[in-house]
Design a protein around this ligand. Structure first.
Ligand SMILES: [Zn+2]
Length: 82
């Protein structure tokens, strides 16, 4: 299981080096994060306390930031208390 984590981490580094599309890198990142969480015996973070990040000029919410796992979430993310 630890070996698998190293493999995914290496794949992620290589994807960034080879300039894969952001979607592919995001998928790899997510896979790596979930794998780490499983190895550590922790459920993947559901970002229950994600806070909106507002664009300074327009005040529009452009992203969310989860203080628990320090992950930036896409604009379409819907925070939930569950
Ligand atoms: Zn989170």
């Amino acid at each position: 299981m630890i070996e698998l984590r190293d493999k995914v981490a290496r794949g992620l580094a290589e994807a960034e080096r080879k300039r894969y599309s952001p979607e592919q890198i995001d998928k790899l990142r997510e896979a790596h994060r979930q794998l780490c969480a499983r190895i550590d015996g922790v459920e993947p973070c559901r970002h229950p306390r994600a806070v909106p990040v507002d664009q300074a000029i327009t005040g529009d919410t452009i992203a969310y930031l989860c203080p628990d796992c320090d992950t930036q979430l896409p604009e379409g993310f819907k925070p939930s208390d569950t």
